[in-house]
Structures are given as C-alpha cells and as structure tokens.
Design a protein around this ligand. Structure first.
Ligand code: B12
Length: 385
C-alpha cells in the first residue's frame, strides 16, 4: 500500500524511508504523506454538516473549525503522515443475513479496541520522527481527533474516498483503519490517489437503509452503523426491520465492494474474533457484569449494555424465533427504559396481537413515556405524539 514519495532533499528522503520501514515493522500496512490542506473536502464537509447529516454526533459540529483548518489543531502544521492498518481477519459475505439467531458485528469490532493498539504504535513512530527531525513539533491521532482523516489519506496516496465514503485502496480494498501524525515541517509529499469507483454502484444498491443518498454522500441518520453505535436513544421505527441481525455497525457497503476481492487478511491477534457468544438470546440475557466481561476492551462497550441490548432486541424481533419470547418477556422488567421499549417492539413482532395481554400483565404500572409510546404503537399501529 505504499506510494511514490515525491523527492525532496535526499537526507529528508532517507529519513522518511526509515520511518516508513519502521511503520511497517510496527504493523501499519500503509504509509504516505500529505500537505496539511483539505481543498474541496472542507466544503463538502460543511455542506454535509449544514444538511444535518451528522445526526446527533454533536462532537463533529463542535470540532468544525479544527476540521476545516488543521492549523487550529497544530499551529504551523505543514505535513500529515497518514497510516493505514489492515483489520481484515476473516472473509465476510452477505450470508450472515440468513443466520437470524446470531448477531452480526462489524469486522472491525470483533476483538480489542483499535484505538489503544494504534495509539501506542503511533507514539513509537512519533518518537522516531522526533529523533530524525528534532526541530519538529507533532501530534498523533486515531479516529477521535478533529481531523478529516479520509481526504487527507487520499492526498497521502493511501486510497480514494469511495462512493460509500470509505477509503479504498486499489490493491487491498477498504478493510483498514486510518491514523495520522501532524507535523509542523515540510516533508516529501506522496502522490494523491485517484478515484477508481467508475460506474459501479454496488454499495449504494446494497445499503439496507438507503443511507448513501448520492455517490460519496452518506446520511449518517440512516446508516446502520450510526443507528446501532452512535445513536443513544430509541431507533426510529422505519429502520428497525432493515437492521435485520446487525447488532453493532454494518459492513454491507464494504462486503459488496469489488475492490475488497483483493483484500489480504491480517494475522494481528488483537483483531481476531475473541471467544464469546453472538447468540442473540444469550446476549439478551447479559446483565451489567456479563456485558462488562464479554466486551471488556472491545469497541462494543461504546454502546454500553443498554445500547447493545436495544439492538439485540431489534434483531430478536427480526429473527422470527419464538424461542426468544421468554427472554424478551424478562426484558420487560429491565431497569433500562430503552431496553423495555425495544423488547415491546420485538415481542409485538414475534407475537402479533397476543403481545397485548403480556403488556397488560407486565407493564401495568409503566411510567416511562418512551415505553408507553411503544406499547401504544404496538397495540394501535400509531404513535401517541
Ligand atoms: C463520524 C464517523 C462515522 C459516521 C459518519 C460516516 C461518514 N461517512 O463520515 C458513522 C457513524 C456513520 C460511521 C460509520 C462507519 N465508520 Co466511521 N468515522 C467517522 C469519523 C469519526 C469522522 C468522519 C467524518 O468526518 N465524516 C464527515 C463527512 C463529511 O465525511 P464523508 O462522509 O467521508 O464525506 C467526505 C466524502 O464523502 C466527500 N463528499 C461529501 N459530499 C460530497 C459530494 C460530492 C459531489 C463529492 C464528489 C464528494 C463528497 O467529501 C467529504 C469530506 O471528505 C471517522 C474518523 C475521522 N476522524 O475521520 C471514522 C471513520 C471514517 N470510520 C471508519 C469506519 C471503519 C466506519 C465503518 C466501516 C464502521 C462499521 N463497520 O460500522 C462505518 C462505515 C459507514 C460508511 N459507509 O461510511 C474508518 C474508515 C476507514 C476507511 N477505510 O475509510 C474511519 C476513518 C475511522 C478510522 N480512524 O479508521 N463513521
């Protein structure tokens, strides 16, 4: 995944080559350098934000200034060292859709959280950078910084922003994470990558919720990744069926991308799926301690127990499996209103009209507005408000 570095003076070039070798030794799959500018991507980002497509991810709007101007992140920044890290540990195709009793979890979240691993590796690379260029100031980021990582990585030659809005590399697909080091000195820049999506629309066509509203434009509010990970409250009714068995993120747009047929697997043990159940009925039984044990150090802990069980309830409602009725009935007593509300929906899906008697029995004293609304909708097909 390396690209041609545009020559500067030969000493700087040698130092950068040594850094690239070290990056590979550390486990990074791609290395490139971009100037610290965004060009058109900044305008696209502003429009996307103004159109409300960030949904409830308020941290994106809060960091708008910094995202548009890297100088506000690191004063005097001139170069961005962009890195990619392969996380593909297993082949994935669309057959998971048929496995209705198993929760689908995005490939990137099957084991340990990548932030911790990449943060440590970046720190090592940054230390080497400072030894090679003692005069420089730098900062490193993985994902959570106020940085538009994808357009910078495209300018660093690591791949192009595809129609599904993920970065794709010609020889290795899109199953990789991005991270970067901002530096306040000029470094030899890489050749930017060129878009090779062509006339293909596989990602747009497969998206279960039509979240790719135009080529290169993703409306987060419709994206299953956003709905199952970032959204904290109830999942809007219109998306619940389409979510199917996806309980944490969604990989569909990447699974069908033809460029991913070139993807190579990594043997990084931190990413290989850990032992532990993905059986929906068993997941629905997790209490706080069970959740903590199952998802310690995993990206999945981001949703907390209530968010995951909200998603699991939806998947059970979609499973058609009557064996899930007892565990969902128990969930009507859960302390979390979010879980009770989604259990109501799931029971109504599995039991139809018969669920009404169950709700009368179990939720007689229910006070929570969200749960009451679900019961009302289940019984009348309408919302209260
Ligand atoms: C917010 C966020 C999300 C949101 C929004 C996604 C999105 N498309 O931005 C949600 C929760 C939906 C999400 C989902 C996922 N994410 Co995410 N996410 C981020 C985060 C934190 C910020 C991204 C951002 O700034 N978006 C803002 C919008 C404006 O960017 P954009 O949609 O890419 O828009 C660009 C282009 O589409 C283009 N554009 C926009 N409009 C137009 C119009 C025209 C005409 C044209 C030509 C171009 C164009 O320009 C825009 C600016 O570059 C980044 C980390 C980071 N700091 O960058 C990770 C990141 C993008 N996510 C990542 C991953 C892995 C995912 C998932 C695959 C996880 C999963 N399996 O569920 C999904 C993929 C869904 C998808 N199809 O994008 C990786 C992607 C790696 C890669 N190979 O690209 C990143 C880089 C994290 C990381 N450090 O590795 N994510």
């Amino acid at each position: 995944m390396d690209n041609n570095i545009i020559p500067m003076n030969s000493q700087a070039h040698d130092k950068v080559n040594a850094l690239r070798d070290l990056a590979h030794e550390l486990g990074f799959s791609g290395f490139g350098i971009a100037p610290a500018q965004l060009d058109k991507a900044g305008q696209h980002f502003q429009k996307w934000l103004a159109d409300g497509m960030a949904g409830e991810m308020s941290y994106i709007a809060r960091g708008e200034d910094k995202r548009l101007d890297l100088d506000k992140v690191l004063p005097g920044v001139q170069s961005v060292i962009c890195l990619s890290t392969n996380y593909l540990t297993d082949d994935k195709d669309m057959s998971f859709v048929e496995e209705k009793n198993t929760g689908d979890v995005s490939l990137y979240a099957l084991n340990n959280d990548y932030h911790d691993l990449l943060w440590a590796r970046l720190k090592t690379l940054e230390d080497a950078l400072k030894q090679a260029f003692p005069e420089c100031t730098s900062r490193h980021y993985v994902d959570t910084g106020p940085i538009l990582e994808k357009p910078l990585a495209q300018n660093a030659g690591l791949g192009w922003v595809g129609k599904h809005t993920n970065l794709i590399e010609e020889g290795s697909g899109s199953w990789f994470f991005l991270s970067e080091i901002l530096v306040d000195i000029p470094l030899p820049y890489s050749t930017p990558a060129i878009d090779h999506c062509g006339t293909c629309s596989s990602c747009i066509d497969i998206c279960p919720t039509q979240a790719i509203v135009a080529p290169y434009v993703l409306d987060s509010r419709k994206c299953i990744s956003y709905l199952t990970i970032e959204l904290k409250g109830p999942i809007p009714i219109e998306f619940r069926k389409a979510i199917g068995s996806r309980i944490y993120g969604c990989d569909d747009c990447q699974i069908v991308c033809p460029w991913n047929s070139f993807a190579q697997k990594t043997e990084e043990p931190e990413f290989i799926e850990r032992e532990g159940t993905r059986n929906l009925i068993e997941l629905m039984r997790l209490d706080d301690e069970g959740f903590r044990n199952r998802f310690r150090k995993s990206p999945v802990k981001r949703t907390k127990r209530r968010g995951l069980l909200r998603n699991v309830a939806i998947a059970l409602g979609n499973s058609g499996n009557a064996e899930a009725i007892p565990v969902l009935t128990d969930a009507l007593d859960d302390a979390e209103a979010l879980i009770r509300a989604h259990a109501v929906w799931a029971l109504a899906e599995l039991m139809g009209e018969n669920a009404g008697t169950l709700f009368d029995l179990k939720l007689k004293g229910e006070q929570d507005e969200m749960v009451l609304e679900e019961i009302n909708r289940a019984q009348t097909g309408k919302t209260i408000k």
